[in-house]
Design a protein around this ligand. Structure first.
Ligand code: GLU
Length: 298
């Protein structure tokens, strides 16, 4: 269980207010990068009767949960739809259902509300730097992985004393409720002083002004913040966990899960996966190895 610390709540207020001020649902500029239109040839009748694919194709719309504050993977500009690698993967899946990207409803998911949003039907799928693991598989199902990340550490550029998780004893560590990196610190680095917020951007100002010493989450998320603020932050050391990113969907919807797995294998093979990577992340991070889809038994 991840405990929220009172001090963390106070630290988060300013950052949360700033984020809220920046966020706006208005505007309708369409995103040029990574755009994949719906496959007009796909119709509900092309999918098994009663399947989730048929229902979504029939509805002509899909609700996708993603991050709104993570550059490279899921970042929502002040107006218009989010952009990033996760967003492009979501658009490809929608397109394979015959759903145009303008008909996708994007919903912000933070780390802690991904399972609840899938369980209560607020979203059809989640594509949000979402690590596949056994605890989560009790509540939701996962297609994928479509990328393999790893937990890492980010400090201010002038920090010389934190190089690896072994240096965290007595340090103020910032992470996010409901995330696997936070759980890892709680379980395996109990001498670290962990503060938990709702979203990783809530950790940036506290790191900048010295209220915390280090931010921890997946290497690719931290790389996005370093890319945004290269004069302020740096990533140190090597990734020290495995975080296979999956597409979250309703528990035990095996037909839908296997169909998304088919789509992933198709785009791994035909170049669309690499194209999505290159457009969103290719200038910042090295080309990844093609992941192997895990069609686990329930
Ligand atoms: N991949 C990790 C997780 O799913 C950390 C990133 C995140 O919180 O989205 O918990």
């Amino acid at each position: 269980m991840i405990r929220r610390k009172a001090a963390a709540a106070a630290l988060g207020v300013a950052a949360a207010a700033l984020l809220a001020a920046c966020a706006s649902d208005e505007g309708s500029e369409s995103d040029e990068s990574g755009s994949m239109g719906g496959d007009d040839s796909m119709m509900a009748g092309d999918f098994p009767e009663g399947s989730t694919m048929a229902a979504l194709a029939e509805a002509g719309t899909i609700t996708i949960g993603t991050k709104f504050d993570q550059p490279l993977f899921g970042l929502k500009p002040p107006s218009g739809d989010p952009v990033g690698f996760d967003v492009s993967i979501g658009k490809i899946i929608a397109g394979e259902l015959g759903i145009d990207e303008d008909s996708i409803e994007w919903v912000e998911t933070v780390s802690a509300n991904r399972e609840p949003f899938i369980e209560d039907g607020s979203v059809d799928i989640v594509v949000a730097t979402y690590t596949i693991n056994d605890d989560r598989k009790e509540l939701v199902s996962f297609a994928g992985p479509y990328y393999n990340a790893g937990q890492a550490l980010m400090v201010t550029v002038d920090n010389e004393d934190i190089m690896s998780p072994d240096d965290l004893a007595g340090k103020k560590v910032c992470s996010v409720e409901g995330s696997t990196p936070a759980a890892n610190i709680e379980e395996n680095y109990p001498d670290a002083e962990l503060s938990l917020f709702a979203a990783y951007t809530d950790c940036l100002e506290p790191l900048r002004n010295g209220q915390v010493d280090v931010v921890t989450t997946d290497n690719v998320i931290l790389a996005g913040y370093v890319d945004q603020y290269p004069d302020d932050f740096k990533v140190v050391g090597e990734p020290f966990t495995e975080e296979p990113y999956g597409i979250g969907l309703a528990h035990d919807d095996t037909e839908f899960r296997m169909w998304i797995n088919d789509v992933l294998e198709e785009i791994f093979a035909d170049g669309r996966w690499l194209e999505a990577w290159t457009e969103n992340v290719g200038d910042i991070l090295p080309e990844p190895e093609v992941p192997t889809v895990d069609r686990y038994e329930n």
